[in-house]
Write a protein of this length. Structure first.
Length: 356
């Protein structure tokens, strides 16, 4: 029976999708998509203003700057690459810089709130940029996107699951120093006066988990400097959650978003035979963690924080919830129109459809 399931999963997508017809690569590897993401050695003569959508990207991909597809599907393993990305005239401009500090210096809205964002499986460089720009535009926050290879155009679904998971579980080696650099720049007041939150989605949560398990938190954990740590639909094993979540001390609040009907994480369970934290967490084993169950609002959906072309728009109630968290605020769990204690093992709260 298990071999039958594995064959089925090999033929069907098991990644972040809304239905069987969804193709995670889509046209993101087309020439048009790569030409839209124009590599710019120099900044334009016209100044970048607060009206432009901008993000900062830290990537651990290998580069191939002499190619149209200049960011590859392989991990570099030697160095990180930094980009300042901005939209202008219907084109997304990607400007390489030498350091994170240089990228932040180009940001015209430094005093806005910041989100350090790590995506899940299924992202080429082009589609990861699209998600980062989507978050910046939807929530009006400054985004630092941690980009890593999470899909290969040469593999099928099951092979891509293991490819993405391997890279997700390796990310701590590359991005732990980047996180310490972000904190350093924050401490030096080079990132403005806004709040700062961390947002991990799906497989991206392995970065946070492995930073703890491999003792890579370093100076990050010396003080509280993050407003909200959001573990969104975490595609990580639920077993042993307390061993690493309880060791995180640098966030004012930690939110775990789960969905008991999450279709995508159900697929991850069938492949790994490990129940995922983002689908069915264990009865609360972690102190001071706020659990939010999205099942009543989002049914079986996995990615609920952005409106993505080809899918149903994100729920208004979900956008309102995420907006509060990404701007470093608390959610009002006492508002009975929006939240109620969940019946699922009494682990946290349901987020509710607004019927009023």
């Amino acid at each position: 029976m298990r071999y039958f399931i594995l064959i089925l999963l090999f033929l069907l997508p098991v990644v972040d999708y809304a239905g069987p017809a969804y193709n995670p690569i889509g046209d993101f590897n087309s020439e048009a998509s790569w030409k839209k993401l124009r590599l710019e050695k120099e900044l334009p003569n016209t100044p970048i203003t607060e009206k432009d959508t901008t993000i900062i990207v830290i990537s651990n991909r290998k580069t191939s700057y002499d190619s149209l597809r200049y960011m590859t599907e392989e991990r570099d393993g030697q160095e990180l690459h930094y980009f300042f990305v901005f939209t202008h005239g219907g084109t997304w401009h990607v400007h390489p810089v030498a350091t994170l500090e240089q990228a932040i210096a180009l940001e015209p809205k430094k005093n806005d709130d910041w989100v350090v964002y790590t995506e899940g499986m299924g992202k080429l460089f082009t589609s990861d940029i699209a998600r980062g720009i989507g978050m910046a535009g939807e929530y009006k926050v400054n985004v630092i996107l941690l980009d890593y290879p999470s899909i290969s155009t040469t593999k099928r679904s099951l092979g891509n699951y293991f490819f993405a998971m391997k890279n997700a579980r390796t990310n701590y080696k590359d991005f732990s120093p980047a996180m310490e650099h972000i904190k350093q720049l924050r401490d030096e007041h080079k990132m403005g006066s806004g709040k700062i939150s961390l947002f991990y989605h799906s497989m991206g949560n392995n970065l946070q988990r492995d930073m703890v398990l491999h003792h890579k938190l370093g100076t990050l954990n010396n003080e509280v400097w993050i407003d909200n740590l959001v573990l969104n639909a975490p595609c990580v094993p639920r077993r042993g959650t307390g061993k690493w979540l309880n060791d995180i001390h640098y966030a004012h609040h930690i939110y775990v978003h789960y969905n008991t009907g999450d279709y995508t994480l159900g697929g991850a369970y069938l492949v790994s035979k490990r129940m995922q934290l983002g689908q069915r967490p264990l009865r609360k084993t972690c102190k001071d963690i706020i659990y939010i169950n999205f099942n009543m609002l989002c049914d079986r959906d996995h990615s609920n924080f952005l409106s993505i072309p080809g899918r149903a728009p994100a729920k208004v109630e979900a956008i309102r919830h995420y907006s509060a968290l990404l701007h470093g605020a608390d959610v009002n769990l006492q508002d009975k129109r929006l939240y109620r204690p969940t019946s699922y093992k009494h682990i946290g709260w349901d987020i509710l459809p607004d019927i009023h």
